[in-house]
Design a protein around this ligand. Structure first.
Ligand SMILES: CC(C)(COP(=O)(O)OP(=O)(O)OC[C@H]1O[C@@H](n2cnc3c(N)ncnc32)[C@H](O)[C@@H]1OP(=O)(O)O)[C@@H](O)C(=O)NCCC(=O)NCCS
Length: 156
């Protein structure tokens, strides 16, 4: 397995993995993924094995309390960003339970620390809060990130 930065050539594989990992109301647009790759390439990386993409991660600096709107490309990274926002960690079903999710999440959090962010936030969906609690995230608010999608805002 190798971890490398995501590029626009990976977008089809990202989309295929997303379809497998998320219910439709939680799907991003390709434009939103591409914008994150363009705006903050250090925070967009994938794990690849012999069969291709087996997991991806996206994170970006934002202002505390922000939430990325699904499908809307991010306009810019705020100059006064004070929080590292973990936007997405997803692993292909064929690779789950082998530590890939943990590796990708930890790599995003290591990046946040290297960049000097002491605060990280995320939106946990699909019942993944216990996964994030392992990294020290705690729930601060329940809401619907997308219609019908029970979600939890988490902070660490
Ligand atoms: C959540 C997800 C990324 C975990 O990836 P993974 O590669 O299977 O996770 P790992 O193998 O690294 O597991 C690490 C630990 O987290 C636990 N874990 C994994 N998924 C979990 C979940 N959904 N809830 C609670 N714990 C979970 C594992 O049991 C393991 O703990 P252990 O080491 O004590 O056994 C993966 O299930 C996924 O892609 N889900 C669909 C997309 C999604 O909902 N992402 C979260 C968006 S906020």
């Amino acid at each position: 397995m190798v971890i490398r930065p995501l590029t626009r050539d990976d977008i089809s594989a990202i989309h295929r993995l997303e379809v497998e990992a998320y219910t439709p109301e939680l799907h991003e647009s390709d434009a939103a993924f591409l914008r994150l790759i363009e705006l903050f390439p250090d925070g967009a990386f994938g794990c690849f094995d012999d069969e291709g993409l087996c997991g991806y991660a996206f994170g970006v600096p934002l202002k505390a309390g922000s939430t990325l709107a699904l499908r809307a490309p991010l306009a810019t990274i705020p100059a006064d960003a004070d929080t590292f926002y973990v936007h997405d960690v997803a692993v292909a079903e064929r690779c789950r339970g082998r530590g890939v999710g943990r590796l990708l999440a930890q790599r995003l959090l290591d990046l946040a620390r290297t960049l000097g962010f002491s605060r990280s936030e995320l939106v946990s969906v699909q019942g993944s809060a216990p996964f994030w609690e392992q990294f020290g995230f705690r729930s601060v608010r329940e809401f619907e990130y997308a219609p019908g999608a029970a979600s939890t805002k988490m902070v660490r």
